[in-house]
Design a protein around this ligand. Structure first.
Ligand code: NAD
Ligand code: LMR
Length: 328
């Protein structure tokens, strides 16, 4: 084993997403089968949470993962984030039945101020941060604003679950393999206002839009299905999505770190004004990744319907941003 180990911090490590995530990171599915990792796991100081974390660590040890060269348990972000190269911010309250994600802001917003400050103080200057905890875009925005000494571009929010959900719905509709879908985009907020956009998507070079050729299906079935999928899972399971969320987090970090070979994926990233989105808004964009950096797919035509959808999700994000001014 020749590569230097990297430090991966995961918050909410004893929660349900944590349980679906850690074993896959430790087995090399996120950063590659040749990349040793040290896990720096954060939970709240509460005795029950710390005990649960101990149990998860015992199980990680019992897997004898060759790539897992260190495991640390923490209750303070200032130690959990020390020198970390990757930070997956999962820990926060999930929503229950009948709630919208934005309602979690009052409960979860403060967590991301504290954690942003801690990252700013002690993390690697190149840390790649992924916020999973909801409302993910605005929590990522809060963390980014609390970390002025780190590059803003290092802070991202998880839209990948929406991207994967959209791809899966399109595969089912067209009867094609999900792996063959290219050039899909999800714009905006990880909320029902997100705009999953398959106008540019292709399968084997053929246009998905032409294959489906049904605008009513797009508007009345596809967009609501993808947008409300999280709520449908909560209604069915009584708990919010966990394995699919962990899977999307792995996809997001793997692609950011190891590249997409030109394939489009969706990441929530701070805008630099692209597509008319005001600077710093944490917005879902189609990107490609190479050499550890993401790049927005630029120059896409935005038609009237798409612009309306983008305006709606942007307005929601700006409303959320206004609502957290007191935390910044
Ligand atoms: P969970 O309740 O099972 O686990 C959350 C864990 O976080 C708990 O163990 C809790 O003790 C811990 N925690 C709470 N505050 C913390 C803090 N300040 N520091 C460290 N740990 C802390 O919840 P879950 O199902 O794992 O979901 C976690 C979050 O992820 C929720 O906000 C949920 O809505 C969100 N989520 C986001 C997406 C997405 O696509 N962005 C998908 C699914 C879930
Ligand atoms: C999801 O999309 O499944 C998560 O954001 C959980 C939720 O509250 O919907």
């Amino acid at each position: 084993m020749s590569k230097t180990p990297v430090r991966v911090a995961v918050t909410g490590a004893a929660g349900q997403i944590g349980y679906a995530l850690l074993f896959r990171i430790a087995s090399g599915e996120m950063l590659g089968k040749d990349q040793p990792v040290i896990l720096q796991l954060l939970e709240i100081p509460d005795e029950k949470a710390q005990n649960a974390l101990k149990g998860v660590i015992m199980e990680l040890e019992d897997c004898a993962f060759p790539l897992l060269v260190g495991i640390e348990a923490h209750s303070d972000p200032m130690t959990a984030f020390k020198d970390t190269d990757y930070a997956l911010l999962v820990g926060s309250r999930p929503r229950g039945p009948g709630m919208e994600r934005a309602e979690l802001l009052a409960i979860n917003g403060a967590i991301f101020t504290t954690q942003g400050k801690a990252l700013n103080a002690v993390a690697s200057r190149n840390v790649k941060v992924l916020v999973v905890g909801n409302p993910a875009n605005t929590n990522a925005y809060i963390a980014m604003k609390a970390a002025p000494d780190l590059p803003a571009k290092n802070f991202t929010a998880m839209l990948r679950l929406d991207h994967n959900r959209a791809a899966s719905q399109l595969a089912a509709k067209t009867g094609k393999a999900v792996a063959d879908i290219e050039n899909l985009a999800v714009w905006g907020n990880h909320s029902p206002t997100m705009y999953a956009d398959y106008r540019f998507a292709t399968i084997g070079g053929a246009s998905v839009k032409d294959m489906i050729n049904d605008e009513a299906w797009n508007r009345d079935v596809f967009l609501p299905t993808v947008g409300k999928r999280g709520a449908a899972i909560i209604a069915a399971r009584g708990l919010s999505s966990a394995a699919s969320a962990a899977n999307a987090a792995i996809d997001h970090m793997r692609d950011w770190a190891l590249g997409t070979n030109g394939k489009w994926v969706t990441m929530g990233i701070p805008s630099n004004g692209e597509y008319g989105i005001p600077k710093e808004v944490m917005f879902g964009y189609p990107v490609t990744c190479a050499n550890g950096e993401y790049k927005i797919v630029e120059g896409l035509a935005i038609d009237e319907f798409s612009q309306e959808c983008i305006n709606k999700t942007l307005a929601e994000l700006q409303g959320e941003q206004d609502g957290v001014k007191h935390l910044l």
